[in-house]
Design a protein around this ligand. Structure first.
Ligand code: CUA
Length: 340
């Protein structure tokens, strides 16, 4: 038999504690809730941790007492002891504690379930999110006109108002997950699942596809901005407008390349002849924080690099490399970063 030394954890305990605490803050964590739904599930998690932790602690304590008592006695044949009235009472007490713990958990779970379901009555905004390999199409129904306003990869939500997010998929199963704001919901082809979200804190958060959906699953992120109601209304009004006209001859050349070349077959730039529907809406591309579903921060370099080498930057992406002359590529990226 070949002996193997037991593997010891090498990280010092202090490092573990730091990592544990680092998980309690940030823009992609369920441990720093910034929404009603995330808060309710976090409270339920805390309750389960306390009840489960108390039960686990009690079991370990009894085990330690039993081992200590056994070590104090000489080794002897085990024999049935006569029922001790103290032991009997302790067992009844333990049984009562277990039942109480289970009743508390069931009660807490019921209350949280009701709180999540009650959000349905307060919906003020309808958002359709369609998952694609590997990006998010996002459409808002304008509360005033009823028209649909489309964007991609960046979800804006008004604070303290409840939005209903209808989730659909165009290809495989994905999962919509913005942990600071709400729980997870699967996104299934041929179905429309719905998730109510009521953000409670203004700020930037990060969502992530949470169901393996192919090679670039990890690069299927979603920037989420929670705005005041007024800022949200202004943002939505800006997104509803058609693209700004090219501001100089370089941008005009970029637009011409997009509308006469292959770009416009897959992408829409509202107000121009680029009306493709396969890829993300580019009308206000430069108003977003990132390029290619969270792959890079928005910049001209990132846009130009993405157009030139999509397969090198995100292997498997549906975006094909388009062969453009250097001057055309320059003009296209110049035009695109002007689309605020
Ligand atoms: Cu989409 Cu993973």
């Amino acid at each position: 038999m070949v002996g193997t030394a037991p593997v010891r954890p090498t990280a010092p305990p202090a490092l573990g504690a730091v990592l544990l605490l680092a998980g309690c803050a940030g823009r992609q964590t369920p441990l720093a809730p910034a929404g009603m739904q995330a808060g309710a599930t976090f409270d339920l998690f805390t309750l389960m941790l306390l009840v489960g932790g108390a039960a686990y602690g009690a079991v370990l304590l009894f085990l330690a007492i039993a081992m200590w008592r056994a070590s104090q006695r000489p080794l002897a044949e085990p024999q049935l002891e006569p029922a001790d009235p103290g032991l009997r009472a302790a067992l009844w007490l333990w049984g009562a504690a277990v039942v109480t713990g289970l009743v508390v958990l069931a009660g807490g779970s019921f209350v949280v379930e009701r709180a999540l379901a009650s959000a349905r009555t307060r919906e003020t905004l309808l958002v359709r999110v369609t998952a694609h390999q590997w990006w998010w199409r996002i459409a808002y129904r304008d509360p005033a006109s009823g028209a649909w306003i489309e964007t991609a990869n960046e979800l804006h939500l008004p604070v303290d108002l409840t939005a209903r997010i209808e989730l659909g998929s165009s290809d495989v199963i994905h999962s919509f997950w913005v942990p600071n704001v709400a729980g997870k919901m699967d996104v299934v082809p041929g179905r429309r699942n719905a998730l109510d979200v009521t953000p409670r804190r203004i700020g930037w958060f990060r969502g992530q596809c949470a169901e393996f959906c192919g090679a670039q699953h990890a690069h299927m992120a979603l920037d989420v901005k929670v705005d005041s109601a007024a800022d949200f209304a202004a943002w939505l009004a800006a997104q509803a407008r058609p693209a700004t006209a090219p501001r100089d001859s370089g941008a005009a050349r970029g637009l011409a390349v997009i509308t006469t070349g292959p770009c416009g077959l897959c992408h829409v730039v509202r107000g121009t002849r680029a009306t493709g529907r396969a890829g993300p809406d580019l009308t206000h591309l430069a108003s977003r924080r990132s390029v290619a579903a969270g792959l890079f921060p928005m910049s001209r370099g990132a846009v130009q690099g993405w157009i030139a080498q999509p397969q090198a930057l995100k292997p498997g992406t549906m975006m094909p490399a388009v062969s453009l002359s250097a001057a055309d590529a320059d003009a296209v990226s110049h035009y695109l970063v002007g689309l605020k």
